[in-house]
Design a protein around this ligand. Structure first.
Ligand SMILES: NC(=O)c1ccc[n+]([C@@H]2O[C@H](COP(=O)([O-])OP(=O)(O)OC[C@H]3O[C@@H](n4cnc5c(N)ncnc54)[C@H](O)[C@@H]3O)[C@@H](O)[C@H]2O)c1
Ligand SMILES: CC(C)[C@H](C(=O)O)[C@@H](O)C(=O)O
Ligand SMILES: [Mg+2]
Length: 360
C-alpha cells in the first residue's frame, strides 16, 4: 500500500539526521517492498525564515494530508531573540497541539554493545528497558494563564499554570497501562503529589483508573525527585513510566544517558488521528553542520513510524536489527565512541543501510 510521509527536518542537525533516516526508507523502498513517498516542509526556525511562522500553514496542510510525520529537531541561537510565539519551539508545541498528539512514547533501551559509552556501571545499566510515556499536550507547557507581568509595586514576575483535567490524565494513563500489558506489566506513575495539587489529582485519577480497569497491571507511584535519583541508582526497577509533560521531558533526557547518548532515543507522539516521530534530542547547535550527530535516534524513530503508523512491523524489526548489527560491528558516532574511532553522521547512516541491505 502506498504511504506518504511528511518530513520536517527543522533546524540545526535536523536535516543531517533526517537525511540518514530517509536513506534507510529508500533502502526499504528498493529492497523490501515499502511503497513510501515523502514531501518536505518547514518547521521551527526554518518555518520562521521561510514563512514568518514556526508552524507555517503549508506545513499544517501537508501533515494532515499524510500518513505520518517524521521530524528532526527545532531551535537554535539564531532565533532566541524572537518573541516566544515566533520561536522555533512554539512551532513544535503547536504541531503537537494541532495534531492532538497527547501520548509521547520515549523508549530507553540499553544496547549491551554500548555499555562503555555510558558513565554508569555496566551491572547497573545492562538490560535496562524503560518506556517513558509522557503527556504531551497539556500540563505546565500549555496551562493558562501564563506570561510575564508587571506588579503594582513595579516589580515584574513570570508565571505559568500547571493543571490537569480528569480526561487528560485518564487517556495518558490508559496508554501507559496498555503498553505495560505488552511488556513487563509494571507502571510507575511519577508526580509531585506531596506539593502540587495538579499532580495530587493526577495520582488520584491514575489510582482510580487502575482499580477500575487495570488491576492486573502492577502500579506504583513515585515523587519526581526520588525518580530522578532512582533512574541512576537502579534503573532496572522501572518498566513503564507515566508522567506529566514537563517531568517526562526531563526524565527522558536523563534516561537517555543510561543508553550512552541522547542520540539513541527515538520517540513516537500519538493522538486519536495523527502521529509524529522524532528523536528526543534537540537541534544540537554546538555540532550542527559538522556531519557528526548521531542519526540512530531518528532512524529508530522511523522504525517506530513503520510499526505504529505504516502498518509494517516487519520492516520496523528489520531496521532495528540493522541498527543492532551496525553496533555489533563496532560502528560508533563520536558521542558513542568513548574516545575511540568514530564515523560521521552520514557514515553511520550508510553503515545501517548496508546492514539493512544484507537482511533483504
Ligand atoms: N524536539 C526538539 O526539537 C528539541 C528538543 C530539545 C531541544 N530543542 C532545542 O534545541 C536547541 C538546543 O538545545 P539543547 O542544547 O538544550 O539540547 P540538544 O538536545 O540540542 O543538545 C544537548 C547536547 O546533546 C548533544 N546532542 C543532541 N543530539 C545529539 C545527537 N543526535 N548526536 C550527538 N550529540 C547530540 C548536543 O551536541 C548537545 O551537546 C534549543 O533551541 C532547544 O530549544 C529542540
Ligand atoms: C523544544 C522543546 C519544546 C521540547 C519539549 O520541551 O517538549 C523538547 O525539549 C523535547 O523534548 O521534545
Ligand atoms: Mg526535551
Amino acid at each position: 500500500m502506498a504511504v506518504k510521509i511528511a518530513v520536517l527536518p527543522g533546524d540545526g542537525i535536523g536535516k543531517e539526521i533526517v537525511d540518514e533516516a530517509l536513506k534507510v526508507l529508500e533502502v526499504l523502498n528498493r529492497n523490501f517492498g515499502l511503497d513510501a513517498t515523502w514531501e518536505e516542509a518547514a518547521i521551527g526556525g526554518a518555518g520562521y525564515d521561510e514563512a514568518g511562522d514556526p508552524y507555517p500553514e503549508a506545513t499544517q496542510r501537508l501533515v494532515k494530508a499524510c500518513d505520518a510525520v517524521l521530524l528532526g529537531a527545532v531551535g537554535g541561537p539564531k532565533w532566541e531573540p524572537l518573541a516566544k510565539p515566533l520561536r522555533p519551539e512554539a512551532g513544535l508545541l503547536r504541531i503537537r497541539e494541532d495534531l492532538g498528539l497527547f501520548a509521547n512514547y520515549r523508549p530507553a533501551k540499553v544496547h549491551d554493545q554500548l555499555l562503555n559509552a555510558s558513565t554508569l556501571k555496566p551491572e547497573v545499566i545492562s538490560g535496562v528497558d524503560i518506556l517513558v510515556v509522557r503527556e504531551l499536550v497539556s500540563g505546565i507547557y500549555f496551562g493558562q494563564p501564563r506570561g510575564i507581568e508587571e506588579l503594582p509595586n513595579g516589580e515584574k514576575r513570570g508565571f505559568n499554570t500547571l493543571a490537569y483535567k480528569t480526561s487528560e490524565i485518564e487517556r495518558i494513563a490508559r496508554k501507559a497501562f496498555e503498553a505495560a500489558r505488552l511488556r513487563s506489566n509494571r507502571v510507575c506513575s511519577i508526580d509531585k503529589a506531596n506539593v502540587l495539587e495538579a499532580t495530587e489529582y493526577w495520582r488520584e485519577v491514575v489510582t482510580a483508573l487502575h482499580a477500575a480497569e487495570y488491576s492486573d497491571v502492577e502500579l506504583s507511584h513515585m515523587y519526581v525527585d526520588n525518580a530522578a535519583m532512582q533512574l541512576i541508582r537502579n534503573p532496572k526497577q522501572f518498566d513503564v513510566i507515566v508522567t506529566t509533560n514537563m517531568f517526562g521531558d526531563i526524565l527522558s533526557d536523563e534516561a537517555s544517558m543510561l543508553t550512552g547518548s541522547i542520540g539513541m532515543l527515538p520517540s513516537a507522539s500519538i493522538g486519536e488521528e495523527f502521529a509524529m516521530y522524532e528523536p528526543i534530542h534537540g537541534s544540537a547547535p554546538d555540532i550542527a553542520g559538522q556531519d557528526k550527530a548521531n542519526p540512530l535516534a531518528t532512524i529508530l524513530s522511523a522504525a517506530m513510524m513503520l510499526r505504529f503508523s505504516l502498518n509494517r512491523p516487519d520492516l520496523a524489526d528489520k531496521v532495528e536489527q540493522a541498527v543492532e548489527n551496525t553496533l555489533n560491528n563496532g560502528v560508533r558516532t563520536v558521542d558513542l565512541a568513548d574516545g575511540g574511532a568514530s564515523v560521521s553522521c552520514s557514515g553511520m547512516g550508510d553503515a545501517v543501510c548496508k546492514e539493512l541491505e544484507a537482511l533483504a
